[in-house]
Design a protein around this ligand. Sequence first.
Ligand SMILES: O=c1ccn([C@H]2C[C@H](O)[C@@H](COP(=O)(O)OP(=O)(O)OP(=O)(O)O)O2)c(=O)[nH]1
Length: 145
Amino acid sequence: MTETIKIKYFTDKIEKLAYIGGKSDWIDLRCAEEIQMKAGEFKLIPLGVAMELPKGYEAHVVPRSSTYKNYGIIQTNHMGIIDETYCGDNDQWFMAAYALRDTEIHVNDRICQFRIMEHQPALVFEETGELGNADRGGHGSTGKA
Ligand SMILES: O=c1ccn([C@H]2C[C@H](O)[C@@H](COP(=O)(O)OP(=O)(O)OP(=O)(O)O)O2)c(=O)[nH]1
Protein backbone atom coordinates (compact mmCIF):
# COMPACT_ATOMS: atom_id res chain seq x y z
CA MET A 1 0.00 0.00 0.00
CA THR A 2 1.25 3.50 -0.71
CA GLU A 3 0.15 6.87 0.60
CA THR A 4 0.71 10.21 -1.09
CA ILE A 5 2.18 13.25 0.63
CA LYS A 6 1.82 16.68 -0.96
CA ILE A 7 5.09 18.53 -0.49
CA LYS A 8 6.19 22.12 -1.00
CA TYR A 9 9.89 23.03 -1.05
CA PHE A 10 11.07 26.41 0.24
CA THR A 11 14.42 26.21 -1.56
CA ASP A 12 15.95 24.46 -4.56
CA LYS A 13 19.24 24.10 -2.65
CA ILE A 14 18.17 20.87 -0.94
CA GLU A 15 17.65 17.53 -2.59
CA LYS A 16 14.09 16.29 -2.92
CA LEU A 17 12.91 13.92 -0.21
CA ALA A 18 13.25 10.26 -1.07
CA TYR A 19 11.48 7.27 0.36
CA ILE A 20 13.89 4.34 0.26
CA GLY A 21 12.33 1.14 1.55
CA GLY A 22 14.39 -1.83 2.69
CA LYS A 23 17.27 -0.56 4.83
CA SER A 24 15.16 1.98 6.68
CA ASP A 25 11.85 3.50 5.73
CA TRP A 26 12.43 6.66 7.77
CA ILE A 27 12.94 9.60 5.43
CA ASP A 28 15.91 11.90 5.92
CA LEU A 29 15.35 15.64 6.25
CA ARG A 30 17.85 18.28 5.25
CA CYS A 31 19.05 21.57 6.64
CA ALA A 32 17.67 24.36 4.44
CA GLU A 33 20.09 27.18 5.27
CA GLU A 34 23.68 27.73 6.33
CA ILE A 35 23.74 27.41 10.12
CA GLN A 36 26.43 28.48 12.55
CA MET A 37 25.85 27.86 16.24
CA LYS A 38 27.94 28.52 19.31
CA ALA A 39 28.09 26.02 22.15
CA GLY A 40 25.01 26.55 24.32
CA GLU A 41 22.97 28.15 21.54
CA PHE A 42 19.44 27.11 20.55
CA LYS A 43 18.03 27.39 17.06
CA LEU A 44 15.01 26.31 15.09
CA ILE A 45 16.67 24.89 12.00
CA PRO A 46 14.44 25.14 8.92
CA LEU A 47 14.07 21.89 7.01
CA GLY A 48 12.90 23.51 3.77
CA VAL A 49 9.63 21.62 3.40
CA ALA A 50 5.94 21.90 4.20
CA MET A 51 3.66 18.92 3.69
CA GLU A 52 0.08 17.84 3.62
CA LEU A 53 0.13 14.46 5.33
CA PRO A 54 -2.35 11.73 4.40
CA LYS A 55 -5.65 12.01 6.25
CA GLY A 56 -5.49 10.41 9.70
CA TYR A 57 -1.70 10.62 10.05
CA GLU A 58 0.84 12.67 11.97
CA ALA A 59 4.62 12.68 11.51
CA HIS A 60 7.38 12.03 14.04
CA VAL A 61 10.77 13.70 13.56
CA VAL A 62 13.88 12.45 15.36
CA PRO A 63 17.61 13.06 14.88
CA ARG A 64 19.70 10.68 12.79
CA SER A 65 21.94 8.50 14.99
CA SER A 66 24.99 10.26 13.53
CA THR A 67 23.67 13.79 14.01
CA TYR A 68 25.31 14.42 17.37
CA LYS A 69 28.64 12.96 16.23
CA ASN A 70 28.64 15.00 13.02
CA TYR A 71 27.17 18.30 14.18
CA GLY A 72 27.23 18.40 18.00
CA ILE A 73 23.50 19.20 18.26
CA ILE A 74 20.67 17.50 20.10
CA GLN A 75 16.95 17.92 19.48
CA THR A 76 15.48 19.87 22.38
CA ASN A 77 12.00 18.37 22.12
CA HIS A 78 13.54 14.88 21.68
CA MET A 79 10.88 13.99 19.13
CA GLY A 80 9.13 16.52 16.95
CA ILE A 81 5.46 15.93 16.40
CA ILE A 82 4.03 17.28 13.16
CA ASP A 83 0.27 17.56 13.42
CA GLU A 84 -1.91 16.78 10.43
CA THR A 85 -3.20 20.35 10.67
CA TYR A 86 0.34 21.72 10.18
CA CYS A 87 -0.20 21.88 6.44
CA GLY A 88 -0.39 25.57 5.56
CA ASP A 89 1.76 27.14 2.89
CA ASN A 90 4.02 28.68 5.52
CA ASP A 91 4.07 25.68 7.86
CA GLN A 92 7.72 24.86 7.24
CA TRP A 93 9.05 21.92 9.24
CA PHE A 94 11.90 22.71 11.62
CA MET A 95 14.26 20.92 13.94
CA ALA A 96 14.62 22.45 17.40
CA ALA A 97 18.36 22.17 18.05
CA TYR A 98 20.73 22.86 20.95
CA ALA A 99 24.46 22.99 20.25
CA LEU A 100 26.83 21.41 22.73
CA ARG A 101 29.86 22.69 20.81
CA ASP A 102 30.51 25.39 18.22
CA THR A 103 29.24 23.95 14.96
CA GLU A 104 28.41 24.57 11.33
CA ILE A 105 25.65 22.83 9.43
CA HIS A 106 25.50 23.31 5.70
CA VAL A 107 22.56 23.51 3.34
CA ASN A 108 21.49 20.04 2.22
CA ASP A 109 23.10 18.26 5.22
CA ARG A 110 20.85 15.44 6.45
CA ILE A 111 20.23 16.18 10.11
CA CYS A 112 17.04 14.36 11.05
CA GLN A 113 14.50 11.85 9.82
CA PHE A 114 10.76 11.28 9.96
CA ARG A 115 8.03 8.72 9.49
CA ILE A 116 4.27 9.05 9.54
CA MET A 117 2.07 7.38 12.16
CA GLU A 118 -1.66 6.86 12.29
CA HIS A 119 -3.46 8.94 14.90
CA GLN A 120 -4.41 7.14 18.10
CA PRO A 121 -8.13 6.57 18.73
CA ALA A 122 -10.13 9.36 20.37
CA LEU A 123 -9.73 9.16 24.15
CA VAL A 124 -12.00 10.01 27.06
CA PHE A 125 -10.83 10.14 30.68
CA GLU A 126 -13.08 8.39 33.19
CA GLU A 127 -12.14 9.50 36.71
CA THR A 128 -12.07 6.92 39.52
CA GLY A 129 -10.79 6.83 43.12
CA GLU A 130 -9.28 3.37 42.66
CA LEU A 131 -8.08 1.53 39.61
CA GLY A 132 -8.47 -1.85 41.38
CA ASN A 133 -5.39 -3.44 39.84
CA ALA A 134 -2.19 -4.89 41.41
CA ASP A 135 0.76 -2.46 41.46
CA ARG A 136 3.44 -3.29 38.95
CA GLY A 137 6.09 -0.99 40.51
CA GLY A 138 8.47 1.05 38.42
CA HIS A 139 11.78 2.89 38.38
CA GLY A 140 13.96 -0.21 38.18
CA SER A 141 11.69 -2.44 40.28
CA THR A 142 12.49 -5.46 38.10
CA GLY A 143 16.17 -5.27 39.15
CA LYS A 144 19.39 -4.87 37.19
CA ALA A 145 20.39 -8.26 35.85
O1 LIG B 1 10.09 19.48 15.98
C1 LIG B 1 9.06 20.04 15.57
C2 LIG B 1 7.92 20.15 16.36
C3 LIG B 1 6.83 20.82 15.83
N1 LIG B 1 6.86 21.32 14.58
C4 LIG B 1 5.68 22.00 14.02
C5 LIG B 1 4.62 21.00 13.61
C6 LIG B 1 3.64 21.03 14.71
O2 LIG B 1 2.36 20.70 14.25
C7 LIG B 1 3.76 22.46 15.21
C8 LIG B 1 3.38 22.63 16.66
O3 LIG B 1 4.13 21.72 17.41
P1 LIG B 1 3.73 21.33 18.89
O4 LIG B 1 2.28 21.15 19.01
O5 LIG B 1 4.63 20.22 19.31
O6 LIG B 1 4.22 22.66 19.63
P2 LIG B 1 3.62 23.45 20.84
O7 LIG B 1 4.77 24.01 21.55
O8 LIG B 1 2.66 22.60 21.63
O9 LIG B 1 2.87 24.61 20.08
P3 LIG B 1 1.34 24.81 19.64
O10 LIG B 1 0.79 25.69 20.69
O11 LIG B 1 1.44 25.48 18.29
O12 LIG B 1 0.69 23.45 19.56
O13 LIG B 1 5.12 22.83 15.01
C9 LIG B 1 7.98 21.19 13.78
O14 LIG B 1 8.04 21.63 12.65
N2 LIG B 1 9.06 20.56 14.32
